[in-house]
Design a protein around this ligand. Structure first.
Ligand SMILES: [Zn+2]
Length: 343
């Protein structure tokens, strides 16, 4: 590995590729991976955050390995999530590894669209990429698929449940596919605009996608004999999306949020109280981490249980990324789910 390598960053809606120095020596539990492909989701194209690395998940080949890593060797094809917990800090020990307090010690600014990645705790943070799984599909396993499947796991759906998914970006569409895989009985796709996603929803497994909210309310109440949904998964990140989920979920049902509303108003707060009185269980979901989890997601892809390839709307070579990304930002009319970056 050379003294420096290049990595993609965003800062207040601008994108840049920066030269990063080889900032630390390889420790016994570390590995270095030469990245082959990485995935960028639509949500990352419109971040007003201070500087942060781009990319949620990637795959590549191990080029260096610490002396205490026994499950992997140089040359192995692996996948990983940009978030690489320590599994030692208090939050990791309490089961909240996606909130690891020390991940920024290892990976300042996060992200994984880089020529090389240092992997701390390689045994826990890498999973082997099966030979039959392409780089494109492998990149979906450790983040987009893992988080969406976790949302369905948290909803604890009995077979045949009636489910609504609000907000149909890449997470919403993947969540519909995961609900389908988990034997949901009927899936309503819930979005208010005539977007590409509305048409995609049926291909991902939704049974009904009605654009008009009042027609949707009537259809759901009609289908459920006026009791409402067994579970709602809110991937919208908006107060309106969460309000609709609360209004449509039955007594004792579940609401799982994959994104947090950026604003709340009095009506939402009232509805939250109403949800409490209906004993509706509202939970947030973060992307679960770890080799065990990534391997299970890769198995779903390897065995053709799920095919995320329809979510890859764009591809770009790393060398062209700096010019390409500004053409895809939130102001463009272009329809973006995910961008696959190839090296
Ligand atoms: Zn930790």
């Amino acid at each position: 590995m050379s003294e420096t390598f290049r990595k993609a960053f965003t800062e207040s809606d601008t994108f840049s590729i920066r030269e990063i120095s080889h900032y630390r020596e390889l420790e016994p539990l570390d590995a270095v991976v030469k990245v082959d492909a990485a995935l960028l989701t639509q949500l990352e194209l419109s971040s007003d955050a201070k500087i942060q690395g781009l990319g949620s998940a990637a795959c590549g080949v191990i080029t260096e390995i610490g002396e205490e890593v026994s499950s992997f060797s140089v040359g192995d094809k692996v996948v990983f999530n940009a978030n690489m917990p320590c599994y030692v800090c208090n939050d990791c020990q309490r089961g909240y590894s996606s909130n690891c307090q020390r991940t920024s010690v290892h990976h300042e600014a996060g992200g994984c669209i880089a020529e090389y990645m240092f992997i701390n705790n390689a045994e826990a943070n890498l999973a082997k990429q099966p030979e039959s799984v392409s780089d494109e599909l492998a990149c979906y396993a450790p983040h987009l698929l893992a988080k969406s499947m976790h949302a369905i796991d948290k909803a604890c759906l009995p077979v045949g449940s009636i489910v609504g998914v609000s907000g149909l970006g890449p997470y919403g569409l993947m969540t519909i596919a995961c609900a389908n895989l988990s034997c949901a009985g009927y899936i309503f796709a819930m979005v208010n605009e005539d977007t590409h996603e509305l048409r995609y929803a049926k291909e991902f497994g939704a049974d009904s996608s009605i654009q008009n909210p009042s027609e949707r309310y009537e259809a759901i109440m009609d289908y459920t004999n006026s009791v409402g949904l067994d579970a709602s998964i809110d991937c919208s990140g908006t107060a309106e999306g969460l309000k609709e989920c609360i209004n449509l979920t039955r007594i004792g049902g579940s609401i799982i949020r994959t994104e947090h509303p950026k604003e709340a108003d009095g009506e939402l707060l009232e509805l939250m109280l109403a949800a409490q009185s209906k004993d509706i269980n509202i939970q947030n979901v973060n992307c679960p981490t770890g080799s065990e989890n990534y391997s299970r997601m890769l198995r779903l892809i390897e065995k053709l249980r799920i095919d995320p390839s329809m979510l890859t709307t764009h591809r770009c070579d790393f060398e062209q990324l700096e010019e390409y990304l500004p053409t895809l930002n939130s102001n463009s009319a272009e329809h973006v789910e995910t961008v696959l970056i190839e090296f």
